[in-house]
Write a protein that binds this ligand. Sequence first.
Ligand SMILES: [Zn+2]
Length: 405
Amino acid sequence: MFENYKFTAAERFLRYVQIDTQSDPLSKSSPSTEKQKDLSKILAGELKQIGLNDAHMDEWAEKKVPVICFCAHVDTAPDCSGKDVKPIVHSNYQGQDIALPDDTTQVLRTVDYPYLQTQIGKDIITASGKTLLGSDDKAGVAEIMDLANFLMTNKNVKHGEIKILFTPDEEVGRGTEKVDLKKLGANFAYTLDGGDAGNLEDETFSADAVEVIIHGVIAHPGYAKGKMINAMKIAGEILAALPKDRLSPESTEGKRGFIHPVRIEGIAEKCTVDFIIRDFETKGLQKKEDYLRTQIEELMRLYPRASFEYNVKEQYRNMKEVLLLHPQVVDHAKEAIKRASLKVKTESIRGGTDGSRLSFMGLPCPNLFAGEQAIHSKLEFISVQDMNKAVETMVHLVSIWQEKS
Ligand SMILES: [Zn+2]
């Protein structure tokens, strides 16, 4: 099916990563940064070039095939600069460590990233040492664009209606805020935002945010004896009382969740600490929130004149709850990965995806591999061949939906 096809994912990817699309967790506007639109505009233009003008391809409409949507996010993580990204292609990689030229202390080592061993003979793309690469999730974006290109140039591949969704602000947890599912009109979806070739992620964390506001008692520092209660110091005690060997991101892996302070801001009078709470089960989330609240209550007993607020906000839920109701979504993806000559690896994401939210909004949406590695860091890398495998997998997937409907 792919012998005579010239994949365009890598070529597109190399262009897209040079466009800064970093999102901003503190911004209240939508999208959180205007520059994300720079890429979205280019994508809209290129889709037109490919021949898609909101094109409805109804030529195989003799069967009722569910409408499938492929999603990726255009923004890159706030953790690491995404400005002036200089992608480098290391052709025919031979298994060596790679020092990045613009900061040679940044070394991609095979001991740290054993996945590199599976990439020998392939063409690896890295950044130059000063920025992230942006494969999370411009790889997904480029692959979906190539899927569109493939299907428009290979009209013999039968498929139902396909939708494409590119969202901003995934990295700041607001990727699906403005998505109009009615307008999208899809039955099932897949995000292209995963790692190793063959990976399929059908489970994510369940997630809440907790905002703790401590109200101290303020007085003139010169005359504060017996009066002042410093809210910042209480915040410090709360943080110091968190367990060091468990319940934190730095001490857990696998299926264990955590309580994680992400931001603190304040003055003596009032101090706010933001936490994120994560667990694979909603019940476990509740337990962790109760634990944190009890810890704070106990500490606050020492300061009867101070007070605190404890505000829990739901962020997203484990998509597995929804996917179990529609087993064909995951089954077809597994079959597609096999047809792309890859081994299926199902994994749980210690995080969320746009798919977690979409699933609960009514659009069941697991996550497919896009080839991203060492994301959110300067050592990020991806291979051209993994990107092409992601495109192949999507082509098989739309064929399978056509076949089995
Ligand atoms: Zn991502």
